[in-house]
Each structure stands twice: as structure tokens, then as C-alpha cells.
Design a protein around this ligand. Structure first.
Ligand SMILES: [Zn+2]
Length: 403
């Protein structure tokens, strides 16, 4: 514990420690320090210092700090961990969304529209676009965001997407296998060779994860396996777009290869559910995609009942889920997917951290990164109870008050 009774020397960049007190309801996600799966505390306080949480407990027992912030009885929770987003792109697909909402079906091929716009954009345009979305998410309480490539589909365009993404987040994912590049429409095997060869070589230095869209119209099970195992051989850890639009081999492949996460999980057999429940692979649900494609939602209740770890994420992308709001995803998950408010908040914080294999985010406990979301509400339940209402009162990222 640090109480920092001494102040930093003039001109020192060291940030002062801060005591956040008067927290009406605190979600710690630390079951050792609070009640229930959310580790809830009431009338609580938190001390942050040098970007880290250093103390959590009852307000009456809090140590002193350089500065004091009165939460005024409102709810504090860990910043959201958005473990699935596609934010390096240009253009939008308003017309496609409008057409789909007028009765046309969604297929994976719409991705190619964004590929053309992204290839035509400058580095500066892509970087500014990404910065805007990271900021937009931050204003809604998201303090960790994963970002995938996948709208370049050439060696140069995929590598630059990841290079740009790496300037904004360490959670970068190589998704050269998003769809087959248009130049390889008649030679998908040739494209898989590129993705597992020269493109991987160019992208691996900027990526932590390797991903593949395992789906009819994208990549089949054998192709997905080739992509993921090639990435693993280069030191990347797999995650999979699995079972979104139809039943398929994606979930089983993810579990077999020890993927951190199987994402979407909308069409699952009993065997798929059992495989997830018996593994460390997180089931990441992306209700923005079903919302924006007017499709049936995944059954979170079924996964939770089986014992699987569930994460919620935005899938923010211009085609099938153009939202950066984790609060929106929580509200939909509660209303449409059988999750309780507590489960949904847990999935959007601790669940996302598990999906990124991070132990320093998604919780408020000593040693955790000081990523905090103060709600303009007395309880985290309001995230589902007050859908569509902006509830962000303050956000700290790595101890820095961002708004
Ligand atoms: Zn996605």
C-alpha cells in the first residue's frame, strides 16, 4: 500500500496518488474482497497510484492520498475490456445496412467493400480513423480494446494495418484470413498460402494474436487450421471467428488448438458447448452483430449453464456491427440472450480480460491497472436498466483521468 504523504518534486512527471471515496457500489470482480461473482462492495473506496490500484476496501478504512475524488454514492466498475473489434478501415457501409434493414440477407462478402476503401486510404487517414474509434470507446468506458487487421488482404496492406493498430493497443490480431482477397477469388488455396507465408512474415512482428473467419463464404475448417497453426508457429496465439452464420468446425478447432477465444458462437451443437465448457477457450458473444444483421442471438444462458466462460464484445466494424458501445452490448445480452445484469457486466469486464489472457485488467484489486469507469448511476445494473442512456461520469485509464 502507498499513501504518498510526500508530494512529487516540482516539475516531476510522477502523478499524484488519488483516493476515490464515496463509491456507493463497487464492482471489483475480485471474489476474495466482495460478495458474489462481481465481488461487490458498498460504501467503498479505491486508491490508485502510478497507474495501478493499490488499495480497495471500506471507505471508512481508506488510507490517505495526495488527491481525493468523491464518487458521490455512484457506481464504480473496471473499465470495459472490448476483446473483439475491427477498427482499421476506411469508408462506411450505410447503404448496405439500409438495404439489409429493408429485407436483404447479410453475407460475408460485404467485407470486400471495406477492403477497397481501406486500400485506397492513406496511413494518416487510417490512423486518424482508428484514434477516433478508440476515443469514442473510451468515452463509453472501454479502457482496453483489441484490434484486428483484415481489410487490407495484401501483404503490404495487412502489415500496415497492424503497424497502425500497434500504435494504439498491444492487443493486435492478424486477420489476413478475413475473406479471400478479391485477386484470389479463383484460387483460394493460393490465398491461404499467402496468408500462411509471406503475409504472416510481414505481419507477425506487429501482432499478438492470429485469427481466421471460419465460415461458409470465408474459410473452411482445413483452411482455418492451416492459418492458425502457421500463426502459432510464428509465436502468435489463436482466436477464431467461429460458428457465426452457421454450424461448423470453428469452435472445435478453437478448443483443439487452445485458442484464447471462440468468437460469435451463435450456432452451437451440444458438443460445441461441452467443448467450450471443458476448456480454457472463452466463448465471446457479439450481440451487436446479430442486432445489426437482424439475426437470432447466441444463447448465453446455455453456455453459462454448461460452465463456459463468456465474454461480451462489440465486434465494432463498419459492416455487421457498427457500435463501440459495451453498454449497448450488455443491455442486449440481458434482454435477448438470457444473461443477468451481473453476468453481462462480468462478461464485459473480467470475461473480456480472460479472452485476452490479461490478469491486469477487468478487475479492481491491488496490483491491477487503474482502469476505472464511474457511472452516473448508483449501480452497475443501470447499464442494462437504462439502455441507450449515456452513463459515463468519469474514466481513468492506467490511472490517468481521461474524462
Ligand atoms: Zn469480428
Amino acid at each position: 500500500m502507498s499513501t504518498h504523504s510526500t508530494t512529487a518534486a516540482p516539475g516531476s512527471p510522477a502523478a499524484p496518488s488519488t483516493l476515490i471515496t464515496g463509491i456507493g457500489s463497487l464492482v471489483t470482480n475480485d471474489t476474495a474482497h466482495g460478495t458474489g461473482p462481481l465481488g461487490l462492495l458498498t460504501d467503498a473506496a479505491v486508491v490508485i497510484d502510478a497507474g495501478t490500484v493499490v488499495w480497495v476496501g471500506p471507505a471508512g478504512a481508506a488510507p490517505d492520498a495526495d488527491e481525493r475524488f468523491d464518487a458521490g454514492g455512484r457506481a464504480l466498475l473496471p473499465g470495459f475490456v472490448d476483446s473483439h473489434a475491427h477498427l482499421v478501415f476506411a469508408g462506411d457501409r450505410t447503404a448496405e445496412f439500409n438495404a439489409r434493414m429493408s429485407g436483404q440477407a447479410y453475407s460475408a462478402g460485404g467485407i470486400r467493400t471495406t477492403v477497397a476503401a481501406t486500400r485506397a486510404a492513406t496511413d494518416a487517414e487510417l490512423d486518424a480513423n482508428l484514434a477516433r474509434f478508440v476515443r469514442e470507446a473510451l468515452h463509453q468506458g472501454t479502457t482496453t480494446v483489441e484490434c484486428k487487421s483484415g481489410y487490407g488482404l495484401t501483404v503490404e496492406d495487412e502489415a500496415r494495418a497492424l503497424r497502425i493498430a500497434a500504435g494504439h493497443t498491444p492487443e493486435t490480431t492478424y486477420l489476413g484470413a478475413h475473406v479471400v482477397a478479391p485477386e484470389f477469388a479463383d484460387d483460394p488455396a493460393g490465398y491461404v498460402d499467402l496468408v500462411t507465408g509471406e503475409m504472416l512474415d510481414a505481419c507477425a512482428p506487429y501482432a499478438r494474436w492470429v485469427d481466421v473467419f471460419c465460415e461458409n463464404g470465408a474459410f473452411d475448417g482445413d483452411q482455418a487450421r492451416a492459418v492458425l497453426t502457421a500463426g502459432v508457429a510464428r509465436g502468435l496465439t489463436p482466436r477464431v471467428h467461429a460458428n457465426q452464420l452457421s454450424y461448423g468446425p470453428g469452435v472445435q478447432l478453437a478448443v483443439e488448438l487452445g485458442a484464447a477465444s471462440a468468437d460469435h458462437c451463435t450456432h452451437l451443437t451440444d458438443e460445441d458447448v461441452a467443448a467450450l465448457a471443458g476448456s480454457a477457450t472463452v466463448a465471446t458473444l457479439l450481440p451487436g452483430a446479430e442486432f445489426s444483421t437482424r439475426a437470432a442471438y447466441p444463447d448465453a444462458r446455455r453456455l453459462l449453464a454448461a460452465g463456459a466462460t463468456v465474454a461480451l464484445s462489440t465486434d465494432c466494424n463498419p459492416g455487421s456491427s457498427f457500435t463501440s458501445s459495451m453498454a449497448f452490448c450488455i443491455a442486449v445480452a440481458v434482454r435477448e440472450m438470457g444473461m443477468t445484469p451481473d453476468e453481462a457486466v462480468h462478461a464485459a469486464t473480467a470475461g473480456g480480460a480472460r479472452a485476452l489472457r490479461r490478469s491486469d485488467v477487468g478487475l479492481i484489486a491491488p496490483g491491477a491497472r487503474a482502469d476505472l469507469l464511474l457511472l452516473d448511476a448508483p449501480s452497475h445494473v443501470h447499464l442494462a436498466y437504462r439502455p441507450g442512456v449515456p452513463l459515463t461520469a468519469a474514466v481513468w485509464r492506467a490511472g490517468v483521468r481521461e474524462l
